[in-house]
Every structure is written in C-alpha cells, then in structure tokens.
Design a protein around this ligand. Structure first.
Ligand SMILES: C[S@@+](CC[C@H](N)C(=O)[O-])C[C@H]1O[C@@H](n2cnc3c(N)ncnc32)[C@H](O)[C@@H]1O
Length: 299
C-alpha cells in the first residue's frame, strides 16, 4: 500500500472523532513512531510503499484511535519534558501543563528568596517528594534534571506505581549519576507515615477536575483515562490540596517550599488552602494562556 493512500484512509477514519487538522497530526505522529516516516515522506517520495504487515498494524491502531482511545495508550508511550514515558490506562497521560511545573521549578522559580535553589550542577542530598505521581513523569524528570537529588514519589494506585517504577531511563541515569526515584504506595488523604524523612521540596499534580466539569471534557479522556487520577467531588474540590498542605506541615523542612498544579478555575481558593494551613508565602503562577496554573508555597 502506498503511504499516501494509508494517510488518506486513516485521516478519513479519524475525522469521525477529531477535527481534520488534529486527525492528520495524529496520523503523522503514529506513523512517525511506528514505521519511522516523516510528515513529508509521502510528498517527497510519492511512491513510498508501506509493507503489508505495517499497514495492517497501522489500520488496527487507527481503528482503536477512531473509537476514542488516546494515541498515547495505543502506542504505549507519551512524551514529557523531552523524554519518552511508558503509559498504560492505569496512568494519566502526562500533560504539557505539568511540564510547566517542572520547568518553573528547575528554573529556580520556586523560591529564589529562600536558601534552596536548583541551579547547582549537582543536587546532592536534596530531597524531593512527589505526591500523586501517576506515570512518575514529575518524579523522573526532577531526578534526571537534578542529578544527586533523592526523589520519593507516592501514589495510591498499584497499577500506576507499577508503571512509574518501571520507566526505563537506565542509560541516562548511568551517564548522569542521577538517583532512581523511590516509588511508594500511600494514601495522601491519610496522615503521612512517620518513616518519611524531611523534604526540601514537595510537588504534586493531584486530581483536581470537578465532577461537574465532566460535561466539558472530551470522550477520549472521559472513557479512557483513570477517573481516580482526574476527579474530585463538586462539594469538596480542594481535598487533595488540603492533604498536600497537611503533609507539608509535617514533612517540609523549615526553609523548604512546595509547588502544586491547580485547577485554573480555583486559583485564589487553592492559594487560600495553603494560607489557612499556615504557609506565609503563597504565590499563584499563571501559564502561557494566562490561566492560574501553579501555587507555590513556603513558611
Ligand atoms: C492528576 S494524576 C497525576 C499523575 C502525574 N503526577 C502527572 O502529573 O501526570 C493524579 C494521581 O493521583 C493518584 N491518586 C488519587 N487518589 C490518591 C490518593 N488518595 N492518594 C495517593 N494518590 C492518589 C492517582 O492514582 C493519579 O495517579
């Protein structure tokens, strides 16, 4: 089958569920990842043939995508902060908004006025805690970008922990001397275990989508991504931020700071959770679309 025919047929299938442009982008992305063609291959090489077996696998994958399954679950991976993470339906697909949290923290945006900075070449003995780690995208990114730092990450889901703890960055870890994050099962809605050490930085991207926001969400998210990772009750949408604040009161070093991703609709309310918990410095950080996206807090 000619590549151009495959692209045309696949785009036609995906147009049923995605706008034309997005359908085409998904087709290019899948083909690039699976058979290594580029977005212009079918134009510069009009006679490019796809083998029968590749065409069959591709059409099967496009069938799954056309039925609403996210591309990342079909290919089994998602890109985050320039690295490829393994994903399964047990974990939320890492989002660009969460890259902002990592970028902001690594740029020293957390607490330039405090003793901790992230601009050292090595971060020996710095201790970080990632609450609600999911695929481990934040934990691994910070561990790899801050060689020497010790990252602990917790989640309540066995499926998520199985994915997070088996991400494969062995080659980069060996090259940079970064420490492998420690992944532990914990319910962040209960009191932290006394065996936890004190942390310099606590980060979290907890569930924060209100049940009433389901109506605004696309079917491919609602039907395929884990609801445990996404939703909070309408009558108590900030319960996970209270939990982060409670853990931080016990586990954050006096000069440490915390950073959480937030629901853009609840910026001031989320900031108030940390103020009420006794953190005196609380800042809302906006994303590139000018939406409230992070809250940074310290004592
Ligand atoms: C929004 S996802 C974030 C995943 C990942 N940190 C990311 O940014 O892509 C929230 C995560 O919280 C976990 N979670 C939900 N309830 C929890 C609880 N009570 N204790 C610990 N983790 C919980 C879910 O399993 C899910 O992995």
């Amino acid at each position: 089958m000619l590549l151009s025919e495959l692209i045309q047929e696949a785009t036609g299938m995906l147009r049923e569920v995605y706008p034309e442009r997005e359908a085409r982008e998904i087709v290019y992305a899948y083909l690039e990842q699976s058979i290594g063609t580029r977005r212009h291959t079918h134009i510069v090489e009009p006679q490019y043939e796809v083998s029968d077996s590749d065409a069959v696998s591709a059409m099967e994958a496009f069938g799954r995508i056309a039925s609403g399954e996210p591309l990342q679950y079909v290919t089994g991976h998602a890109d985050f902060y320039g690295r490829r993470f393994r994903v399964t339906p047990d974990v939320l697909i890492p989002r660009p908004e969460t890259e902002l949290l990592c970028r902001y923290l690594l740029a020293g945006g957390g607490m330039s006025r405090k003793a901790i900075s992230t601009d050292n070449k090595r971060h020996n003995k710095m201790r970080l805690l990632d609450m609600c780690t999911g695929s481990g995208c934040i934990a691994w990114t910070l561990a790899l970008e801050m060689p020497g730092a010790e990252v602990t990450a917790v989640d309540i889901s066995d499926g998520a922990l199985a994915v997070a703890s088996t991400q494969d960055f062995a080659e980069e870890m060996a090259r940079t001397g970064a420490c492998v994050p420690k992944f532990l099962k914990a319910d962040v809605l209960s009191h932290p275990d006394s065996s936890f050490c004190q942390f310099d930085i606590i980060v979290s991207n907890p569930p924060y989508v209100m049940d009433k926001e389901k109506a605004l969400m696309r079917a491919n998210v609602l039907d395929h991504e884990p609801h445990l990772a996404l939703f909070v009750p309408d009558d108590d949408p900030l319960l996970f931020y209270r939990a982060v604040a409670d853990w931080a009161k016990v586990l954050l070093k006096p000069e440490g700071y915390g950073m959480v991703e937030i629901n853009e609709a609840l910026g001031p309310e989320t900031a108030d959770v940390f103020r009420s918990a006794g953190f005196s410095s609380v800042t809302i950080v906006k994303d590139l679309s000018d939406k409230d996206r992070l809250v940074v807090f310290s004592r």
